[in-house]
Design a protein around this ligand. Structure first.
Ligand SMILES: *Cc1c(COP(=O)(O)O)cnc(C)c1O
Length: 225
């Protein structure tokens, strides 16, 4: 199947669920993004700021195209994407949010963000623990960030063939999100999104309440670094 057929098949599979596709286009050329766009994809995910800004600059202007940043973020790189990035999925520490707030203010924008929660067993993945996220969401510090909106959470499950474990991790994040929704009503927190699921585990993520899946290789094919 080509890219267009894969997008259409995935959209059909998700029909009626309300789950959105973030097509992860990292390492892939603009032509691939244009093909996916032609098939109806609107949200594209990148995990390197340099690559994101290059693609944003060289892509023909398509008014409804959204760039999503899904990678780990360094403070000194936020400014390069602050004028246009639609949603930042990987906010993994309070310090980076301060910088996002500052840069968004310069562009008179309110930047939508997701807090990345560390749900996997692997040590290497970034993110808040549940306890840290809860404390941060309830802190007065957050209320002072007028150019930030926290729209929800992002989580990456452990890379394992054990589907029960993956399901458990996604389910835990959904439960946390539901509890936070009840307990936190103050701005700038408007919890409505759960970014969970990649090519290998999105079906489980959708069953466990994902609202947004980040799918790369099963749309664009394997990546060659
Ligand atoms: C690369 C990447 C994806 C997509 O991975 P696939 O397995 O190709 O679908 C999703 N989320 C993040 C954070 C990524 O870095």
């Amino acid at each position: 199947m080509d890219i267009q057929a894969k997008i259409q098949a995935l959209a059909e599979e998700l029909a009626g669920t309300g789950v959105r596709i973030v097509a992860v286009s990292k390492t892939k050329p603009l032509e691939d993004i244009e093909q996916a766009y032609a098939a109806g994809a609107r949200a594209f995910g990148e995990n390197k700021v340099q690559e994101l800004t290059d693609k944003h600059e060289h892509m023909p202007t398509l008014p409804d195209l959204e760039w999503h940043y899904i990678g780990h973020l360094q403070s000194n790189k936020v400014k390069y994407m602050a004028s246009f990035v639609h949603l930042i999925h990987g906010v993994d520490r309070p310090k980076i949010l301060k910088e996002i707030n500052k840069q968004a203010a310069k562009h008179e924008r309110v930047q939508d963000c997701l807090l990345q929660i560390h749900i996997a067993q692997e040590e290497s993945k970034f993110g808040f623990s549940y306890e840290e996220a809860e404390a941060f969401l309830k802190s007065p510090e957050l209320g002072e960030m007028a150019h930030i909106r926290i729209l929800g959470f992002m989580g990456m499950a452990t890379h394992t063939p054990d589907e029960a474990q993956i399901r458990q991790e996604f389910r835990g994040l959904k439960q946390f999100s539901d509890r936070m929704k009840k307990e936190i009503q103050n701005s700038p927190v408007e919890l409505q999104e759960l970014s969970m699921g990649m090519s290998g585990d999105y079906k489980i993520a959708v069953e466990e309440g994902s609202t947004m899946i980040r799918v790369g290789s099963s749309i664009f094919g394997a990546r060659h670094y």
